[in-house]
Design a protein around this ligand. Sequence first.
Ligand code: ADP
Ligand code: MG
Length: 362
Amino acid sequence: MTKFALGLMSGTSADGLTVCAVRPMPFKVICFKNYPYTRVLQQKLLKAYQLNADSLSALHYELGALYAQTVQRFLKDFHLSAKNCCVIGSHGQTILHAPHAKFPHTLQLAEPSFLAEKIGAPVVSDFRARDIALGGEGAPLMPFFDTFIWGKGSPKILLNIGGISNISLVGKGVKPLGFDVGPGNTLIDLCTQKLLHKPFDKNGVTAAKGTPDKALVKALLAQPFFKQKPPKSLDKNAFGEDYLTRFFGPLNKKHTPDLLATLTYFTAAAIANQIIRFVPRRAQKEIIVSGGGSYNTTLLSFLQENLPHTKLSFSTEYGIDPQAKEAAAFALFAWLALNRKVNHRPQATGAQKATVLGKITL
Ligand SMILES: Nc1ncnc2c1ncn2[C@@H]1O[C@H](COP(=O)(O)OP(=O)(O)O)[C@@H](O)[C@H]1O
Ligand SMILES: [Mg+2]
């Protein structure tokens, strides 16, 4: 069996831990699986920014132990031997992200020592801190991966629709670009959880039954974040509960399909707005979509409506499942870090120079 690297990602949706095994060189995704969190843990993670130091510290260790257990399950599920695992890249759970605070900071939890101990492979974690230390936003980190995979071809926009949506622009003859563009699944998920008591609007079926309030969406797109030039990144709570109740509330069960249609339309229109505003027109030919939001067909049809001149493709066409992409990237980042190679694209974050991101637990 060839050696493999593992990548672990749990994004702002806090829906679960995605584990992905890759062959680092030449890069290839071997297998992946998403291990959903319990609803109790998901709620705890979504509200964790309010915790006191004691509870936050406990959560850091709880997640560390859970990650190690999950990787053990993953190895069993795919008949992989821990002995062949050369490195693990663990992004951790973002609790808060404040690159514009007086002392810029960002916090990702899940103590890596448990993984190192249980799996016996070196763990690379805390990728964002070094970028902040270099004056960067600490995000987005995906543009490095996107350039690595797609940088030599024709210009492409890589769109990841996780909790937050972000894009990178890569390819021959374009100035690489990468930034958070607006909400991803968070508003849709929050509304679905509150009104329908389901984790998310599966395939966008409920939104498809409603009519979006396009005038409201147009007004929201006039907010300052959308005008701000990249690089820019969003705190995971930027489009959270407060935003939902402030601009879409009070939430009423009677209007659920219309409300979900409007939230879905807002999410799609924000992505399109940022692409039209900040990506050169000649580079708007193709978008490769990834992230859980790529399964929301209503969201994608609204996106196509707002970008009629652009072809929408999926990362699957390039051998990377939409749900596996970010986890796969952290496996690569970890392998590069362990080999002291640059795994960083400072143009996307605003950092002063390229560096090796991540802390190593041997
Ligand atoms: N079949 C589906 N239909 C609609 N939305 C989906 C589907 N599968 C996943 N999602 C959405 O994707 C989210 C998870 O996406 P993911 O890329 O894992 O985000 P994150 O990086 O924030 O964890 C879920 O919370 C849900 O909103
Ligand atoms: Mg996820």
